[in-house]
Design a protein around this ligand. Structure first.
Ligand code: FES
Ligand SMILES: [Fe+2]
Length: 344
């Protein structure tokens, strides 16, 4: 089950142009394209006649013409031409989805269209900050349920075993986790004090010697993760909103969009509070993230298969507390939508 009245990332904005582009989100077939004025359009990708994907048809200006018998739809999903007969059937329409470009991403609202408000799209504070550096990031398709990605991004513990050559360092295996629950999601976090820098961060951080290190793993409902790493000199770690001048901050944004119950689109970008114009550092961060997230993907796909085919019961560990709170919170939101969905 999915939360529907929320914004998901469908694609990067520059991946959708004038071509009819099919994709599946929450199990629904959708065709995306841009109008001549560049505004994005998302329509149900199934002609109401014989359900041929409209993405197999063609554009005629801003209209979409079905590739089987020519029913023609406008950007709202209304049928505006039926060439094989004089009368357009009253049921000839396809669903249209609210979409919006923000932060170089194309967001899609999968619930009730009248409830879609672009003002509720996640805020990314330093996206345009000229003193911060950024990576475009990357994307991949994972053959696992989206909630395994969410679990993973509420689980700092896994770093010690999955990311041995990058993010792991002394303290990641046994420092206790804190859980903060809010209305919009869950954060699992911990400060590790007086530790060595991990290999991935050592060349990026602007001071030498021991550090205090914050792992802040936050996921907002239903599936956007904000992963913040902060490094200060040992003894200086504290309030993330009041850091020393040479603190290093890296924020990774993870946009997790269910394709269906078994497949997930995973897209990320990263922002750092240093070196805004250093292409070599940007490249290093980009490559490191890709390597690490591939390590996650291998694990999570195997976890999905293992949990789907388990012959004996599984168990939970203390490290799962945040993820389990998140799953309960998300399920409550999904359940609250159900009466509205049933009435539709
Ligand atoms: S399937 Fe689209 S018009 Fe026939
Ligand atoms: Fe990971």
């Amino acid at each position: 089950m999915y939360l529907r009245n929320t914004w998901y990332v469908a694609a990067r904005s520059d991946e959708i142009g004038e071509a009819l582009t099919p994709m599946t989100i929450l199990g629904e077939k959708i065709v995306l394209y841009r109008r001549a004025d560049c505004m994005p359009v998302a329509l149900e990708d199934a002609c109401p006649h014989r359900k041929l994907p409209l993405s197999m048809g063609r554009r005629e200006g801003d209209l979409v013409v079905c590739g089987y018998h020519g029913l023609t739809f406008d950007c709202t999903g209304a049928c505006v031409a039926s060439p094989t007969q004089p009368r357009i059937p009253s049921t000839a329409r396809v669903r249209s989805y609210p979409v919006a470009d923000r932060y170089g991403l194309l967001w899609i609202w999968m619930g009730e269209a009248e409830a879609a408000d672009p003002a509720t799209i996640l805020t990314i504070p330093n996206f345009d900050n000229p003193t911060w550096g950024s990576t475009r990031g990357g994307s991949m398709t994972c053959r696992c349920n989206y909630l395994y990605l969410v679990d993973n991004l509420l689980d700092p513990s896994h770093v010690a075993w999955v990311h041995v050559s990058s993010f792991a360092a002394k303290g990641t295996e046994d420092t206790p986790l804190q859980v903060t629950v809010k209305d919009d999601g869950v954060t699992v976090w911990r400060w590790m004090r007086g530790r060595d820098l991990p290999p991935y961060y050592a060349p990026l951080v602007k001071f030498k010697g021991a550090c205090d290190r914050l792992q802040h793993y936050e996921v907002r409902y239903p599936s956007i993760a904000i992963n913040m790493s902060i490094y200060t000199r040992a003894g200086e770690g504290g309030d993330p909103d009041n850091l020393p001048a040479d603190a290093y901050v890296m924020v990774s944004y993870h946009f997790i969009t269910p394709i269906d119950e078994n497949t997930t689109q995973y897209l990320w970008m990263q922002h750092r509070n240093t070196d805004p114009n250093d292409a070599a550092i940007t490249e290093r961060i980009t490559a490191g993230a890709r390597t690490a997230f591939e390590e996650d993907r291998v694990i999570l796909e195997a976890v999905h298969a293992g949990m789907a085919n388990k012959a004996t019961p599984h168990l939970d560990l203390a490290l799962d507390a945040g993820a389990l709170r998140f799953r309960r919170g998300l399920q409550a939101l999904i359940d609250a939508e159900r009466p509205r969905q049933a009435a539709e």
